[in-house]
Design a protein around this ligand. Structure first.
Ligand code: 26Y
Length: 818
């Protein structure tokens, strides 16, 4: 008789049905009749996880056993991985059999998928990029470990109360997270604070001893990352801080009950919560503790793996290529030196050679105020030994600077790892650059501006280190998973190979751009997605959208440089046109906003309030008659992104040129068939070159023009004179039209625009309005618009994160890739 299939790997419909029922009973302890949605979710999640485990164990063994493959270690304080169930079923190819299995049990798969709380372990673009990269590494079969922090509370949940943002704690661990495996065996001690002194080692050499003030334990929690097709699985290893001794018995016995748990509370605070601001940087002691904890534990873990391969310490860089996701893990440069020199007794020069062959650094910002720098006293208090190491790295580095450029005596000051203004700071971008073999920006323009401005002196000194890797997004989550309607439409024409060979295959859609049948199917898919978002808006916002309207969307963190207020001014101007001339020809629009403001970012919160107040007025004005609708979707996150991007017709990418490093939302919109209205900023520049200028709505000043305007002395008020629409809109905001008569309400925002306007909102307004008019006229011709939409998708193949990862593998990590 044939062997009966393994109940934990069987992927047939019947096998899945049995496994779900089995897990429902044995993992949740509920009979089918009493199971709630959450119990079904748990049962399905365990069933899927079982089917990932073989590939996972093999993946870990491959890293731990084969010393010839160089493993990528992606160090990031944020991994915004999003909901896992749907993505994992897609990777394993079991979505449809699972859907049928559940249907036979009277359950709806989509409802169960939607039930999953998402781990919000990131702020925005940078954290989500790390997650897309993990997906691509697994899909391309590159051995990799993502190292990060298991925050107990992730990004806050955003509620909107009376138009304003309110922050609520994100309790994503209220129920156990089924995708993680706590690893009791992987624990490392991490030391903090205290003092250093010299000591003679048994062999007679002098070594520095660090006597810490505190020691905490970092505990690993692993999340599997399965690649498309299910054959390769990598891991995401997130650290949680725990007290070394959960309970101090000597204190307890002395009757000091409360202080006996103090140490436990201190230790666990370190990984308690994600800092919810994505700039400007604030020197918070706890944040440095978070960064150091995950960096130290990760490096100890890598040294442990390297050692278990039986390889000598001097070859560490042949086992691991470590990527620093921004400067948040940059203290790793000093920590690896400490581990090699102080703990393992390696000489400085060898250690420095290993270190600088191991690390590479990605920069994600052009805003100088967002570059991390730690006040020296704070750094010294948390990491006294590391400060000494930074000084020694700096001493040797500046020696080489002075030797190479005796003609420029000021150069050492500019390049120094220490900012000598008072108070003094450690410049983390300088530490990362000096300690790395490669430094990259995240879009072509960004990398150029990095070299020219932000890190200009460093780039001139180390020209060979600086390079570009343009960002990408995973077409699995951001098309196949989130947009089944369009994915089916695409696959009907060109098959399904685009899912893991995006660049090569998706271009084949080009030839159908004018095909009337294909256009009709394309429009039907978009309509389905717009209906899905309309339904969401109706149920959670009680805003009525018209699926036939142009869906015009801006979702991203709220920031002045991203200029959501430029978008609002445009809405107000359109509203005024409609009021003045209710009979006018008007292409109906649904203007949708979403995004979180850092809790302490006052003007960003004013912008959210303004959007909601404008919505209140516009949505209820009979003169508008529903032709203009404004909605602010609360709590924008990965899950709501998966509903919003597919429904967009027009993608708003309107940052001031020279400020957005890359943007990745622009790519998510684009591959879902939205046409972009945008400035020449970040990756918009490359997207426009790919889709063709006739398929992109361009407006606004260029980076060079922006710099020229600012050098000449920018006067925002000058832009009101020739532009009565703009003057009127600002006047209305100021006089209380959108604040229920309260004239003081938006004063800070309006005053800022009139007197400072750092991001040239007023300077770009006229050009933006013209461009919006062009977009509306084009939308009125469905065949022309649909052609643009199809060509956008077909020509955006290079924005797959698979392409980005191939470039990192070849140009930076020196790791083989298909
Ligand atoms: C230091 C701390 C305050 C901090 C925390 C998070 C600083 C920055 C961040 C996050 C930055 C971020 O998300 N940057 C974005 O990275 C994306 C991926 O490269 C880019 O596409 C996007 O332009 C950039 O703003």
């Amino acid at each position: 008789t044939a062997a009966s299939p393994d109940p934990r790997t069987d992927c047939s419909r019947e096998g899945l049905r049995k496994a779900v029922l089995d897990n429902l009973f044995y993992a949740t302890g509920h009979a089918q009749e009493n199971a709630a949605r959450g119990d079904w979710y748990t049962a399905v999640a365990y069933t899927v996880r079982d089917r990932m485990l073989k590939a996972w164990v093999q993946g870990i063994e491959r890293i731990a056993a084969d010393g010839d493959v160089r493993c990528v270690a992606y160090l990031s304080a944020e991994f915004l991985i999003g909901p896992q169930l749907g993505a994992n079923m897609l990777a394993l190819g079991i979505t449809e059999p699972m859907r049928e299995a559940l249907a036979s049990l009277g359950q709806d798969l989509d409802a169960i998928v939607f039930h999953e709380p998402e781990p919000g372990l990131g702020n925005g673009g940078l954290g989500r990029l790390a997650a897309c990269f993990m997906d691509s590494l697994a899909t391309l079969g590159v051995p990799a470990i993502g190292y990060g922090i298991r925050y107990e509370f992730g990004m806050f949940r955003q509620a909107i109360e009376d138009g304003a943002q309110v922050e609520l704690a994100d309790k994503w661990l209220r129920r156990p997270f089924p995708w993680e495996l706590p690893r009791g065996g992987q624990q490392y001690e991490v030391r903090l604070g205290g003092k250093t002194h010299m000591e003679t080692a048994p062999d007679g050499t002098l070594r520095v001893q660090w006597t810490p003030a505190k020691t905490v334990t970092a505990c690993a929690h692993d999340i599997p990352v399965v690649g498309h097709g299910g054959t390769h699985c990598n891991l995401l290893r997130l650290w949680r801080a725990e007290a070394v001794e959960a309970f101090d018995f000597s204190t307890f016995n002395a009757g000091e009950y409360f202080s006996s748990v103090h140490d436990k509370i201190f230790s666990e605070t370190i990984t308690k919560v994600l800092y919810p601001n994505d700039d400007p940087y604030q020197g918070k002691q706890l944040r440095l503790g978070q960064q150091y904890l995950f960096v130290s534990a990760s490096l100890q873990d890598m040294l442990h793996i390297h050692h278990s391969l039986g390889k000598p310490l001097e070859t560490f860089h042949t086992t691991f290529a470590i990527q620093l996701n921004d400067t948040h893990p940059a203290v790793a440069v000093a920590e690896l030196m400490r581990l090699l020199v102080d703990v393992h007794g390696m000489d400085w020069d060898t250690a420095w050679s290993v270190t600088t062959q191991t690390f590479a650094y990605t920069n994600h910002t052009l805003l100088p105020e967002a570059l991390e720098k730690w006040p020296l006293p704070l750094f010294a208090e948390v990491l006294p030994r590391h400060l000494e190491i930074v000084y020694e790295i700096n001493r040797r580095f500046l020696e080489s600077v002075t030797a190479a450029h005796p003609e420029d005596p000021d150069l050492a000051r500019r390049l120094s790892l220490i900012d000598e203004t008072s108070p003094r700071f450690v410049r983390m971008a300088h530490l990362a650059t000096v300690g790395s073999k490669a430094v990259n920006g995240v879009a072509a323009l960004h990398s150029e501006l990095l070299k020219r401005d932000v890190l200009g002196d460093l780039a001139a000194f180390f020209p060979e280190k600086f390079t570009n890797v343009t960002n990408g997004v995973t077409p699995r989550r951001w098309l196949a998973l989130c947009n089944p309607a369009l994915a089916a439409c695409i696959s009907n024409r060109i098959g399904t190979r685009w899912q893991d060979h995006f660049e090569e295959e998706i271009i084949r859609l080009e030839e159908f751009a004018d095909d009337p049948d294909f256009q009709a199917q394309w429009q039907a898919a978009k309509l389905t997605n717009k209906q899905r978002l309309t339904h969401l808006a109706k149920t959670i916002l009680r805003v009525e959208l018209d699926p036939a309207a142009l869906f015009d969307v801006q979702v991203k963190r709220i920031h002045e440089y991203k200029r959501q207020h430029l978008n609002v001014l445009r809405v107000i101007a359109l509203y005024n046109r409609l009021r003045r001339n209710p009979g006018m020809d008007f292409v109906p629009r649904a203007v949708i906003f979403g995004g979180k403001a850092a809790p302490a970012y006052y003007l960003a919160k004013q912008i959210i309030l303004l959007v909601n107040r404008v919505a209140e007025v516009v949505n209820t004005d009979p003169a508008v008659a529903g032709r203009l609708r404004v909605a602010f979707v609360p709590n924008f996150n990965v899950r709501s992104g998966q509903v919003i991007y597919p429904a967009a017709d027009l993608s708003q990418q309107i940052s001031l040129a020279g400020k957005e490093a890359s943007g990745t939302g622009n790519m998510k919109f684009g591959i879902n068939g939205a046409v972009t209205i945008g400035t020449l900023d970040g990756a918009n520049v490359e997207m426009r070159a790919c889709v063709g200028e006739e398929n992109f709505f361009l407006f606004g000043l260029t980076t060079d023009e922006v710099q020229a305007v600012q050098r000449a002395g920018y006067s925002p008020a000058a832009h009101l004179e020739g532009n009565p629409e703009l003057a009127e809109a600002l006047d209305q905001i100021r006089s209380g039209v959108f604040s229920r008569g309260d004239a003081g309400c938006f004063r800070p925002l309006v005053d800022n625009l009139l007197h400072r306007d750092e991001y040239l909102v007023l300077a770009d307004f006229a050009s933006y309005m013209d461009c919006q008019d062009r977009a509306a006229r084009t939308y009125a011709d469905p065949a022309a618009w649909t052609r643009m939409s199809i060509l956008n998708v077909a020509r955006l193949g290079m924005f797959s994160s698979d392409r980005s990862i191939r470039e990192y593998c070849r140009n930076i990590w020196n790791v083989p890739v298909e």
